[in-house]
Design a protein around this ligand. Structure first.
Ligand code: SF4
Length: 296
């Protein structure tokens, strides 16, 4: 069953794993909105959605889907809302949708940096269970080049705080973000694997970069300043990334629609099988998802 939201404004994005969640839009856009590769909220001015509109959407959800178990808070940066508003929102969700067992949200390192561990633990008590953090790269050089908020150390600090508060952590990284240069790509992939290992999230998802018109990265590409990675390069990065990723007990995905090779692995158990699948793909022994079927 694929659910949806109510009174959604503009383009709304959710992680693939939230396909069965009610989408509850509480903020508009992203408070950073400056990552060079990101087309998500260009042209959407960041703001908090009026509480009356959020309450009306929640009422509509309660009427149409009283049995719903999952809610996803949109847009890109819901946790940047002030603590008192977030606490009131979570309490309201619990009251109006009593069957909900899982509330999730994107959480940028910036948004997490505004919250103490105790505040995050309070949000956990009130029902927030999972946060999706975009690390993108474990290389400071790549994060700087992509105008990402915060360096790798900052992302590690915020991830550790979220985990210590009891939140389930899902971390997203981007293959291809260092461009086509092989040495830079290897450094990006291996550093990203090391950062994922340090974060040790319950879920790690590798997406493949798609350079989208309207983004600063697209303009760089047009000027010849950025050359996107090809399929063989993306596979090599996936291999280096997986090789350097050691999770205590977690899932590793490359099953987003942007990926040429889709994997869903339980680590550490299936790491060797995953590496073998990538090796086979690099050797031409596996069918890749055609470019035409890939999307963000
Ligand atoms: S923080 Fe996330 S949503 Fe915001 S611009 Fe960067 S990638 Fe896009």
């Amino acid at each position: 069953m694929v659910l949806q939201g109510f009174d959604l404004e503009g383009q709304v994005i959710r992680p693939p794993a939230e396909a069965e969640s009610i989408l509850l839009q509480v903020t508009l856009g992203c408070s950073h909105n400056a990552c060079a590769f990101c087309p998500a909220y260009k042209g959407k001015r960041f703001g908090f959605k009026a509480p009356a509109r959020v309450a009306a959407a929640l009422s509509a959800a309660a009427q149409d889907y009283p049995e719903v178990r999952r809610v996803f808070l949109c847009d890109g940066d819901a946790l940047v809302m002030p603590q008192d508003r977030l606490e009131a929102l979570l309490a309201d969700i619990r009251q109006r949708l009593p069957r909900v067992t899982r509330i999730a949200s994107y959480a940028s390192a910036k948004a997490l940096s505004f919250k103490t561990e105790a505040q995050l633990a309070r949000l956990r008590e009130l029902g927030l269970s999972t946060v999706y953090l975009g690390l993108e790269s474990g290389s400071d050089a790549v994060l700087t080049a992509m105008n990402k908020w915060g360096d790798v150390a900052e992302h590690l600090r915020q991830a550790a705080k979220a985990k210590a508060a009891g939140l389930k952590l899902s971390v997203t990284v981007l293959l291809g973000l260092a461009g086509v240069d092989e040495l830079a790509a290897q450094e990006h992939a291996q550093a990203t694997g090391r950062a994922l290992s340090a974060m040790d999230p319950e879920q790690a998802a590798a997406l493949a970069l798609m350079v989208v018109p309207g983004t600063p990265l697209y303009d760089r590409q047009q000027r010849g300043e950025f050359a996107p990675q090809n399929d063989a390069g993306l596979l090599r990065e996936l291999y280096w990334l997986l090789e350097a990723t050691n999770l205590t007990r977690g899932q590793f995905f490359s099953n987003h629609a942007s990926n040429p090779l889709r994997l869903h692995l339980r680590l550490p158990r299936e790491k060797a099988a995953g590496l073998e699948a990538v090796r086979a793909a690099l050797a031409g022994e596996a069918t890749l998802v055609p470019q035409a079927y890939r999307r963000l």
